[in-house]
Unconditional design. Structure first.
Length: 429
């Protein structure tokens, strides 16, 4: 009988799980360090899935993906398309999604568009299983799964079928809600822009329901180049003007060194819900705005509508609507990262009220070799990790951490050394 020998694939140095702004930025830095990363995920999936007509809230100069040479910024892509990426001029989300695709083609040699179904510990590193059942080994993992696994839907709506209640991120096309009575829950940009698009798209009625007592709107940004006194009093940052925003934007490492209770308080209050200044005029088409209200119960009626029990300033009331869109954000809770093996999830140290993974100075979790990027690191590193801006701080440091972990695990000392003019990133950040 022939002697059949199973083929064994060597372990990879690094697998990047996720191909959004953080995953692609990490992969670009890993390529430059000679790690040959394997990147899994559909590039810019959540951005491509946003409804047409949405615009970036962040300034173009604060919306670059990160590569070590800075060669593939949003401004470079926009210039190649004949579009001016100007301060104070919002860019379409669709253009940003296309920019991410272009960045991937330029800076990340190959992206495997399959999703990873499971990341589990294994001898020498990790075993990953793809959605179609292939298993591969890797010494290190960069978990950059974006925001979609962390959708937050208010408790009273969670039991409802998608026909009646959705999260704002479920909608790539709001046209399906044309002619219907729609209730949008929330007071941030996603809620206000979704409501405006619904009104513009022919919904029969649109209302906003929010717990807050008033809507907040960002003011138009001042000129990028100002006199020294205005610039000193309220410096520009990628998160808006002001010294507190400058801390969040420019010094996430300092945020990480704050006491845990202080970090939790700031994370819960910093950069709260607000609409972009350029949306305010369009939002005027939404005339039914009910503030100081919260939904306490929801049920489908006999005529296929939704009955909402609502608490508000006038007490308990009952409304009917056809559909509810929860534009209520994302919560970076580790227990929602279902891609991680349950035993691995339960072994990780956590921080913050939602139980996010605690990460160190180079974005390594408490499990050696498991690195984390993006929203899940916001309770450790602050609000900038909720935005594309944070990818620039994260990517190089995370890859430096990967290189150190590989060297500590017995790889050649030459692996992951910076090339050319690149510099290693200090852990004291």
């Amino acid at each position: 009988m022939a002697n059949a020998t199973a083929k064994t694939h060597p372990a990879h140095d690094l697998v990047v799980v996720g191909a959004g702004p953080y995953g692609l930025s990490v992969a670009a830095h890993a390529v430059a360090r000679g790690l040959g990363p394997v990147t899994f995920g559909r590039p810019m999936e959540s951005w491509h899935a946003m409804p047409g007509g949405m615009f970036l809230k962040s300034e173009p100069w604060a919306s670059h993906l990160s590569d070590p040479a800075g060669a593939y910024g949003l401004d470079a892509y926009a210039a190649g398309r004949g579009v001016r990426a100007e301060h104070g001029v919002p860019l379409p989300v669709s253009l940003f999604a296309e920019y991410g695709d272009w960045f991937a083609r330029q800076a990340v040699p190959a992206v495997d568009e399959r999703l990873i179904a499971s990341v589990a510990p294994a001898p020498g590193g990790f075993a990953l299983t793809t959605e179609d059942g292939e298993t591969l080994r890797t010494r290190t993992v960069a978990l950059a799964v974006g925001v979609l696994p962390f959708r937050e839907i208010p408790g009273p709506l969670r039991h409802l079928p998608r026909r009646y209640a959705t999260h704002s991120s479920h909608h790539g096309d709001l046209g399906a809600l044309a002619g219907r009575d729609v209730t949008v829950v929330g007071a941030g940009q996603a809620a206000l822009e979704t409501a405006a698009l619904l009104a513009e798209g022919g919904a029969a009625a649109v209302r906003i329901v929010a717990r807050t007592g008033r809507l907040r709107w960002n003011t138009p940004p001042p000129a990028l180049h100002r006199g020294p006194w205005p610039a000193l009093r309220a410096p520009h940052t990628g998160l808006g003007c002001g010294w507190r925003n400058k801390l969040y934007a420019d010094a996430p490492g300092a945020f990480r060194r704050l006491p845990a209770a202080t970090r939790a308080r700031l994370f819960g209050s910093a950069l709260g819900p607000a609409g972009a200044w350029w949306l305010r005029e369009r939002f005027a088409a939404v005339t039914d705005v009910r503030l100081g209200h919260r939904i306490t119960a929801a049920a489908v009626t006999g005529d296929e509508r939704l009955r909402l029990d609502v608490e508000g300033p006038e007490g308990a009331t009952v409304w009917e609507t056809d559909h509810v869109v929860a534009a209520t954000g994302f919560v970076p809770a580790l227990d929602r990262a279902s891609v991680l093996d349950p035993a691995l999830r339960s072994a990780l140290r956590t921080t913050g009220p939602a139980g996010s993974p605690e990460v160190g100075a180079l974005f390594e979790s408490s499990w050696p070799g498991l690195f984390v990027a993006g929203l899940l690191t916001a309770p450790s590193y602050g609000p900038s990790m909720r935005f594309v801006l944070g990818a620039g701080y994260t990517a190089g440091r995370l890859v430096e951490g990967v290189c150190r972990r590989l060297r500590a695990g017995g790889r050649s000392g030459a692996v992951g050394r910076p090339r050319g003019g690149e510099r290693a990133v200090s852990a004291r950040v």
